[in-house]
Ligand binder design. Structure first.
Ligand code: CP
Length: 422
């Protein structure tokens, strides 16, 4: 099969296979979560909704330890032996730089051997093989499948396929969703949360624009607390088609007293989608939808209220001819940052972006890169550490990492050690 586009003609076998799982797909996430565990441990990673605050803290702590151990030869030697008996397939049929390479690097840190299929025209899918047959074949040769696809529910369906195979006594391996259509990108949300965890500790100069001066900062911002709770998060740009926004916004609902502000054109393609709005409302999250950084909430412009800003690219590769027409009538310049806008942000507020940014649209011009609030390159590097922590957890070696770390560092507070970790 050479195209990932849904067809107007008779359904393909891939589409029929997806239909086979439709009933299970259409259940609420909370009903699915137990199916993504094995022996109470994470097995498949499909949605950000699988993670709660305790899990996020634990993952962040493991990532911190891996990044510290990776700086020392003996730490590297320890890590690389942990999973050297495992093999991973990176099945990325949609373009990727960061997710693909950071997963590959994470595998290498832990000694996992990787292989890849990125271009399905080089695989037997060109001979008519379905994706589900491909996945089952991968599971014969590998111990883990990390997959990215344009098809929204493919990763989830593959997790069910693996579970069904397991039920019938066949070989079955974990599935990690590395981006599924416009739906979810759960491991991006993990690295976004990890970046925010580190930033809002206000301890490491590399992670926070303002760091050791937390007490001074409190005199300027008396309400400021450490941690992700009690914060105002802004999401700007292509909110409607941003799978990273969907995954991160869902995860942020786990924290106390958060406000989400979506800054997007009032346009059916680009604005917040009804299902996410409903999900957030069901969680009781305080949220606002505005069309500009200059719009005011309680008399204060949005740009001055944010504790963190998550910029996104207008994903024009998903435009249809209708979008092109009505986008031409919108003022999209309002969804670009400028140095003058950044100068009005809170001094500690990190600017995040899942990347890639669009050099032609310019939602974050390069001159902002030197601002201490620009956290997006560090955010991308954090992806490698948190993905290594995730792999260690899935394969159950995370406790060994914790034990080794404490043997090396005794009673030293974990967070102290992070200060020197790049
Ligand atoms: N953020 C992200 O998913 O980047 P890539 O598309 O380069 O993997």
């Amino acid at each position: 099969m050479s195209s990932e586009s849904p067809s107007d003609q008779s359904p393909t076998q891939d589409e029929l296979d997806l239909l086979h799982y439709e009933l299970r797909i259409n259940r609420p996430v909370r009903m699915k979560i137990p199916e993504f565990l094995r022996d109470e441990r994470l097995r498949h990673v499909i949605f950000s909704g699988q993670f709660n605050v305790d899990m996020l803290e634990e993952l962040g702590g493991i990532a911190d330890k891996i990044r510290v151990l990776s700086k020392m030869r003996e730490g590297q030697d320890f890590l690389i032996k942990l999973l050297h008996h495992k093999r991973a397939m990176l099945y990325f049929t949609q373009p990727s730089t960061r997710t693909f390479l950071s997963f590959m690097s994470a595998c290498q840190i832990l000694g996992i051997t990787c292989n890849e299929v990125r271009d399905p025209t080089t695989s037997s899918e060109t001979k008519g093989e379905t994706r589900f047959d491909s996945i089952r074949m991968f599971s014969s040769y590998f111990d883990l499948i990390i997959m990215r696809s344009k098809l929204a529910r493919l990763a989830e369906s593959c997790a069910y396929l693996m579970n069904d195979l397991s039920e019938t006594g066949n070989r079955s391996v974990p599935i990690i969703n590395a981006g599924s259509g416009a739906d979810e990108h759960p491991t991006q949300a993990l690295l976004d949360i990890y970046t925010l965890q580190r930033t809002f500790q206000f301890t490491d100069p590399k992670d926070s624009p303002i760091t050791t001066r937390f007490d001074e900062l409190r005199s300027e911002y008396p309400e400021l607390t450490r941690g992700l709770s009690n914060k105002v998060y802004g999401f700007c740009g292509d909110i409607g088609r941003g799978r990273t926004v969907r995954s991160l916004a869902s995860l942020l609902t786990n924290y106390e007293n958060v406000t989400l502000i979506f800054i997007a054109p009032n346009d059916p393609t680009l604005a917040l989608k009804d299902d996410l709005r409903q999900r957030l409302a069901d969680q009781g999250v305080r949220m606002h939808e505005v069309e500009s950084f200059e719009d005011q909430i309680d008399g204060i412009p949005v740009i001055e209220q944010l504790d963190a800003l998550y910029m996104t690219r207008i994903q024009k590769e998903h435009n249809d001819p209708n979008d092109e027409k009505h986008f031409a009538e919108l003022d999209l310049s309002r969804y670009k940052l400028s140095q003058s806008l950044v100068s009005r942000m809170k001094t500690f507020a990190p600017i995040l972006h899942p990347f890639p940014r669009d050099q032609h649209f310019g939602e974050i011009p390069p001159e902002i890169d030197d601002d201490p609030r620009a956290m997006y390159f560090r955010q991308a590097r954090n992806g490698m550490w948190i993905r290594a922590a995730l792999l260690a957890t899935i394969f159950g070696v995370h406790h060994q990492i914790t034990s080794f770390f404490h043997e090396e560092y005794g009673g030293v507070n974990d967070r102290v050690r992070m200060t020197n970790a790049k």
